[in-house]
Design a protein around this ligand. Structure first.
Ligand code: TRP
Length: 335
């Protein structure tokens, strides 16, 4: 029997409000997992600065927005500890130790980082801070000795790199202070953007945020990518790669009605607008309770802020204990 206690560390950058892609990729998992394990949720403001160096105000303001998104989807502050990355300086300290265990070449080969560098157009001028963010993230995870990390599948290479660091540390310093982590990936781990591209992402401008108004949802669904060959209502349409049907499969609950619509669409005679109107209904029904909870918490921002400060204080205490062990292993105790 595995008697190891499950400790979870997960989180997001505070670069913008969270969207449906976050929900499908990891938020739903976090809401479920908080009942069976100790869960820490990091709001990564320092990681947010790695690709938002010129927008410190935005990064600051989004800390509270991301916290509101967590509370809105059902993260329970009595069960999960939400904290702010920059309030735990031990993470930065640990990152410096880890940097000696990782080659620059290895960082440049990290597929997640490579994709992001290309997407953001950083090229050769990528900052050292951005390139090393997976090492910083390894410190996020290991500072609380997390063994479980619920994330979107794009983060898998970062978890892999974390475990390489853990193994190198324990080997070199002859200890077992650090714990390897296992990623938990959602069943549907990737939601396409409304433009039909592979991934919903705020920076690609194809996202529906969890805080989107009902009107915004109407606008975005009406723009949604369907079957470009489906020109006249009478034409047979394709449901494969048709974003509207992909979303219906994920967020819809009336599977019979969806199956009927698919059949009708493929046969011909069902227009995109009808299907889109149904998706709007489905998405708004999904988002309504989230919007309501968000609005409630948003009325008391002081409470939410205090929650973050309390969560950070609790995490700080845990981080202190880990750092003590790390420094003992590294012969860095001078008292
Ligand atoms: N890199 C993650 C993202 O971009 C956010 C993040 C920061 C994270 N630290 C983490 C995720 C630790 C899991 C664990 O979404």
């Amino acid at each position: 029997m595995d008697t190891t206690q499950k400790i979870i560390l997960t989180g997001d950058r505070s670069t913008g409000p969270l969207h449906l892609g976050h929900y499908v990729g990891s938020l739903a998992n976090r809401v479920a997992l908080q009942n069976s394990a100790k869960q820490y949720i990091i709001i990564a403001d320092m990681q947010a600065l790695t690709d938002n160096v010129e927008n410190p105000q935005k990064v600051h303001d989004n800390v509270l927005e991301v916290a509101l998104d967590y509370l809105a989807v059902g993260i329970d502050p009595a069960k999960s500890t939400i904290f702010i990355q920059s309030l735990i300086p031990q993470i930065a300290e640990l990152t410096m130790f880890y940097l000696n265990l990782v080659s620059v070449n290895r960082l440049q080969r990290n597929p997640t980082v490579k994709t992001e560098i290309a997407q953001k157009g950083f090229g050769e001028t990528v900052s050292a801070g951005f390139l090393m963010y997976p090492v910083h993230q390894a410190a996020d995870i290991t500072i609380v000795k997390a063994n479980t990390v619920p994330v979107g599948e794009d983060q898998l290479p970062v978890i892999e790199q974390t475990n390489e660091i853990v193994r190198a540390f324990n080997r070199i310093y002859g200890c077992n202070v650090l714990v390897e982590a296992q990623a938990v990936i959602a069943q549907v781990s990737r939601l396409p953007g409304i433009d039909g591209s592979a991934k919903m992402s705020k920076s690609l401008g194809n996202a529906i945020s969890l805080s989107a108004s009902a009107d915004a949802v109407v606008k975005q669904v009406m723009l949604m990518y369907t079957d470009p060959q489906h020109i006249h209502v009478a034409d047979p349409g394709r449901i494969e790669g048709n974003t509207v049907f992909t979303y219906l499969d994920i967020f819809g609950t009336d599977t019979e009605r969806i199956a009927q619509m698919k059949e009708h669409y493929q046969r011909g005679g069902l227009g995109d607008v009808v299907v889109k109107k149904y998706l709007i209904e489905v998405l708004n029904a999904f988002l309504d309770p989230i919007r309501m909870r968000r609005a409630e918490f948003a009325q008391d921002r002081a409470y939410v802020k205090q929650l973050l400060l309390d969560g950070s204080a609790a995490t700080y205490a845990v981080a202190e204990r880990t750092m003590r062990e790390v420094k003992e292993a590294m012969h860095l105790i001078y008292t």
